[in-house]
Design a protein around this ligand. Structure first.
Ligand code: MOS
Length: 734
């Protein structure tokens, strides 16, 4: 039983429903929330990279105008431990003891009547530190190296034997700088307690996880914690954990018995919310003379904070990237005195792809095989590990359509062969694979007597278009107009839904909405009278259109929703839809396919100045069935811009003496601006996925993957110099 997608509204490039609200400032982001009587909290963060707090004198701060409290590890109660999220352990609780493990660790919370008063008073808190030398360099011999606990290593076949027997071998080491996710919206928490009940407005991608964490940390019933985030000014992964500042805001509100609001400053966004781990990868490949990859050994080391368990799995997707019979992968971590690394768009995949796609480019020159052809030769026609057919896979088409549309064959493949005056021209490309993820999801659909519906789920719209696509899908399935549908999300009290993360929400939520629509149609059919032509029919025998149901094989035999509900005096009818795609995947007899893509890029390099410019960037993406062509394209464009940042700009710089983040402002931390970004072309290929009930695949993260490799490969084509470290900066090009 399934509700039919009519393709009437689905896929159409509707403007996002929240666009006007956001553009006019009417959308309430967490930072816009004010509660009468609220006090304002400001964080005081450690200026040292490692050591111990000997003493804190807050007398002067407490006496400052407007100050309500100064909370530190000395006067705060013990906190409970948040549960694992399934992706790693929770961040270390704030105020655990007197030790400082990284620059920017929270040392005190100053609460005052006004934010300015709290900021001024924070300067008066006198902290006496015993300073130790922080460990900040991944190569520091004092740094502890650990194998991650996920058990995600791969040992397929006999890699060493295959490498030894290969005609051509490759061995390269790649480095990627730590990058900090920087959504425009400053993360904010507003907390209000009523006894053991907590209402919290929080910048998060995962309201239900924040609810579970806070309930555990404060030892209160989960049902009494409500997390609200109707709008979020970007996430990119740093809203996937319950961070210490959120706990501290709730703590301050509990201790003071009044609402408390805290907004991070931009520099605090660098110390408080995770970042893409710094990484080093060694990649060894063995190929035959025909270009077939016989062996891959992919070994990655990533930075990890002291006493954290949220490991970065860099090479998690490597075994699935190409058809390689012998594969070994290994992830390890080096513990440093840094703020905790965490998720940042396509974590792992974006990094590993840089190594694999750079290596294939190098091999293409050694083998004399065109780079596109080399990817096609090694294409995984079935899932490389399970041998199962993919539920969808248009990677070949991504590569061939991309080559055609980009004019790939018009180039002279010789390095340093193309120029325009004093500018060297380079073409580069990369293949892109990603990981599949979907978590259980619920959505309810409530229809009122006028035939309008409200869709509810504890999901979030982090700027990706969840409101819009949920409305489109619901209207399409129920034969309604967009105006007939209201979407309520961003509230943990709504039906359980997963995070906006892992590119998994749209797939899981769409399946839940589809299931809910089918159940609603079933309930409507159950409600019709004996004389109705719909009486006794199944969902598959009817079609929802024009605000009602009719028989599939008789366009004139039907009733409107208004008639059905009105006749029975029902003011509303609710149906609950669910999806658990990961569970269903176990019996699917096919490999659940992620999104695939190919990137083609043209760059120029000023020979005298070493200035690298991206001239054209084409992304060809297999995202399955698109929910909305416009928001889908926007996702890929946004990811591509982030990829340009990864390739050319982003680098979180730690002062090696103090651990201070030396560039924690938008003036110093470089991200691409309009002048750095050319027209970005996006082409979608592929078909609705066969496993995903709606045919939809997640494409929130795939947009970033492959951009860095394509640019680095283009730099090689332009200059004959191989870039194995990101970002690619002028000094590497002079
Ligand atoms: Mo993404 S790093 O799962 O927000």
């Amino acid at each position: 039983m399934t509700a039919t997608i009519n393709d009437r509204l689905l896929g159409q490039p509707f403007d996002r429903l929240d666009g006007v609200l956001k553009a006019t400032g009417a959308a309430p982001y967490p930072s816009d929330v004010s509660i009468p009587g609220q006090a304002h909290a400001v964080l005081l963060q450690s200026p040292i990279g490692a050591g111990r707090i000997r003493a804190i004198d807050s007398t002067a701060a407490e006496a400052a105008p407007g100050v309500v409290a100064v909370i530190t590890h000395l006067n705060s109660p013990a906190l409970g431990e948040a549960p694992m999220t399934g992706l790693g352990g929770p961040p270390r609780n704030p105020f655990t003891d007197d030790r400082v493990l990284h620059y920017g660790q929270n040392v005190a919370v100053v609460v005052a009547e006004r934010r300015e008063q709290a900021m001024a008073a924070a300067l008066l808190v006198d902290v006496d530190y015993e300073v130790s030398a922080p460990i900040l360099d991944m190569d520091d011999p004092r740094a502890a190296v650990e194998n991650n606990a996920w058990g995600l290593e791969t040992h397929d076949g006999d890699v060493e034997a295959a490498l030894a027997g290969a005609q051509v071998t490759y061995d390269g080491t790649f480095r990627i700088a730590p990058e900090t996710n920087n959504p425009i919206g400053l993360f904010t928490t507003v907390a209000e307690w009523d006894g053991d009940r907590l209402t919290i407005h929080d910048s998060t991608q995962w309201p239900m996880m924040v609810r579970a964490s806070l309930a555990a940390v404060f030892g209160v019933p989960e049902a009494g914690v409500r997390v609200l985030v109707p709008y979020l000014g970007g996430g990119f992964g740093n809203g996937l954990r319950t961070w210490p500042h959120t706990i501290l805001t709730a703590l301050a509100a509990r201790m003071l018995g009044r609402p408390v609001k805290l907004t991070l400053t931009r520099p605090q966004m660098f110390t408080s919310l995770g970042h893409r781990a710094q990484s080093r990868q060694r990649l060894r490949l063995g190929v035959g003379g025909d270009g077939r990859m016989l062996a891959m050994d992919h070994d990655a080391t990533a930075s990890l904070a002291a006493e954290e368990t949220n490991f970065s799995a860099i090479v998690i997707g490597s075994p699935e990237a190409y058809a390689t019979p012998n594969v070994a992968t290994h992830d390890r971590q080096v513990r440093l005195n840094i703020p905790n690394p965490s998720f940042m768009r396509a974590p792992g995949h974006a990094e590993a792809n840089f190594a694999i796609e750079s290596a294939l480019d190098e091999l293409s020159y050694q083998l004399g095989i065109d780079p596109v052809e080399l990817r096609l030769i090694n294409h995984a026609d079935v899932h490389p590990r399970s041998g199962l057919p993919w539920s969808s896979n248009a990677l070949r088409e991504c590569l061939t359509v991309g080559a055609e549309q980009f004019g790939w064959n018009d180039r002279n493949p010789e390095p340093q062969s193309m120029r325009d005056g004093n500018k060297l021209i380079g073409y580069g490309m990369a293949g892109v694979t990603f990981g599949w993820y979907a978590a259980p999801c619920t959505a309810t659909i409530t229809m009122d007597s006028a035939g309008s519906v409200i869709v509810r789920a504890a999901a979030t719209d982090i700027g990706t278009g969840t409101y819009t696509v949920a409305a489109q899908l619901t209207a399409d399935l129920l034969g309604l107009s967009m105006d007939d549908v209201t979407v309520k999300i961003g509230d943990s009290d709504l039906p359980p839904a997963p995070q906006s993360g892992g590119s998994g929400l749209a797939v899981a939520l769409a399946a839940a909405v589809q299931s809910g629509a089918a159940k609603l149609i079933e309930a409507l059919i159950d409600a019709v009278g004996d004389s109705s032509p719909l009486r006794g029919k199944t969902v598959d025998e009817v079609v929802a259109e024009n605000g009602g149901l009719r028989l599939r094989d008789d366009a004139d035999a039907g009733e409107t929703f208004r008639e059905i509900l009105g006749r029975h005096g029902l003011d509303h009818l609710t149906a609950e839809g669910t999806s658990d795609l990961a569970a269903a995947a176990k019996n699917a007899k096919m490999a659940t396919a992620p999104a695939f893509a190919a990137r083609f890029v043209e760059i120029t390099i000023d020979e005298d100045l070493g200035l690298l410019r991206v001239k054209r960037l084409l992304s060809v993406v297999d995202g399955g069935r698109l929910l909305n062509a416009k928001t889908a394209r926007s996702q890929i464009i946004g990811g591509a811009v982030m990829g340009i940042g990864m390739a050319m700009f982003e680098d979180t710089i730690y002062d090696q003496d103090t651990g201070r983040i030396a560039n924690a402002t938008f003036g110093d931390y470089l991200v691409p601006v309009n002048a750095d970004v050319p027209d970005l072309d996006v082409v979608f290929v592929g078909e609705p996925d066969r496993f995903s009930p709606t045919g939809v695949k997640g494409l929130g993260e795939v947009g970033v993957v492959g951009v860095a490799a394509a640019i680095a490969n283009a730099v090689y084509h332009a200059t004959g110099r191989r870039m194995r470290s990101l970002p690619i900066t002028i000094d590497q090009l002079m």
